[in-house]
Design a protein around this ligand. Structure first.
Ligand SMILES: [Ca+2]
Ligand SMILES: [Ca+2]
Length: 348
């Protein structure tokens, strides 16, 4: 321990005489989270304090295990928090830096085993007097939060809805920054001028994972909305060559929607002379399907790949909105696809 102390002392930067003393960054905010995927999908969770299989998209494992996703006008976040600690989530909602703009929001969730308490404040860095904390009761008021015990931790699930401040992105391909921390309930709130290292991500509606070089895919929707009790179809266009040697493609909707649509698979079609291959995925949606944003995931298996390589998972995900609305129905009728049933495959 003594030698560790000596090392710590030795690593203190030496201060030049007369130099300004830089405030020490609290350890909790100095290390950026290592984000599992910088492309974040639109996916609606169920805010009940329980993290279900495929309900959430992992965000980072440090400094605490956290999850994040979005939908237009909403940001969703969840974390596993050590018992007895508060959850602190920092959002840089325009993705331009923590000490930039007036878009920086800190949400704190306290939980003592009964109803969780959520409070929020904004960091306004545009003021001439310097960065200033501003209470944001409208953000807290339009948010939903739930908590529950899970093993030796507690789980917080929260959903922020923009209260009319035009801070939460409504469109895909928008950058934001985030971090999650666990802090002692008695810990004083950090000073406004202190920087925070964030995980920078892009809110998106489609994502590929471990796809090989030279392989591209694009989903073709007639609007990204589906209506419970009706069917929908997505045409997937792939660009590549038969050198890729895919043998099979499997598609299904994930998580909370896993039992609401067909799960289908077929041999991967051959690429044509223009290096294209097409797969149409058509499915019914059960009338009971819950509304919200859902992820449709396709996985690709290669003929030559070893079992280990296959497990690394070449996949692509697209998101669509399940909604009960007459407008969605009208829009679908206007853009109706030719009728067909089941999964069809074609190469042009
Ligand atoms: Ca949940
Ligand atoms: Ca900012």
């Amino acid at each position: 321990m003594f030698s560790l102390l000596l090392m710590a002392v030795a690593q203190q930067p030496t201060q030049a005489p007369g130099a300004l003393i830089t405030p020490q960054l609290p350890a909790a905010f100095s290390v950026a989270p290592i984000v599992s995927d910088t492309i974040r999908l639109s996916l609606s969770p169920k805010i009940d304090g329980k993290i279900q299989t495929e309900e959430w998209d992992a965000f980072a494992a440090n400094p605490i295990e956290s999850f994040q996703q979005w939908e237009p006008g909403k940001v969703h976040a969840a974390a596993r928090v050590p018992m007895g600690q508060d959850l602190l989530v920092s959002f840089d909602l325009r993705g331009d830096g923590w000490l930039q703009g007036n878009d920086n929001v800190e949400v704190r969730v306290k939980w003592n085993g009964t109803a969780p308490e959520l409070s929020a404040r904004r960091l306004d860095a545009t003021r001439p007097e310097g960065p200033t904390w501003v209470d944001a009761p409208s953000i807290a008021g339009s948010s939903r939060v739930a908590a529950a015990v899970e093993g030796d931790k507690w789980v917080a699930e929260l959903s922020l809805t923009d209260p009319g401040l035009a801070l939460i992105p409504t469109k895909a391909d928008t950058p934001i920054g985030m971090r999650f921390d666990a802090i002692a309930p008695t810990e004083a709130v950090a000073e406004a001028y202190l920087p925070r290292a964030l995980g920078m991500v892009t809110l998106s509606m489609d994502r590929g994972a471990n796809l090989p070089t030279g392989f591209k895919w694009a989903p073709e929707f007639k609007g990204r909305s589906v209506v419970p009790g009706e069917s929908f179809r997505i045409r997937l266009t792939f660009n590549g060559t038969d050198m890729l040697d895919f043998k099979r493609i499997d598609m299904r909707t994930e998580g909370l929607a896993q039992n609401e649509t067909n799960s289908l698979g077929l041999p991967f079609p051959a690429f044509d002379r223009k290096s294209r291959a097409f797969v149409d995925y058509e499915t019914n949606v059960t009338p009971e399907a819950e509304t919200g944003w859902r992820v449709l995931r396709g996985t690709l298996d290669e003929r030559r790949s070893s079992r280990r390589a296959t497990r690394s998972g070449r996949s692509f995900s697209s998101t669509l909105r399940c909604q009960r609305s007459s407008r969605a129905r009208a829009s679908r009728r206007r853009s109706a696809w030719p009728r067909s049933s089941g999964l069809t495959r074609r190469s042009a």
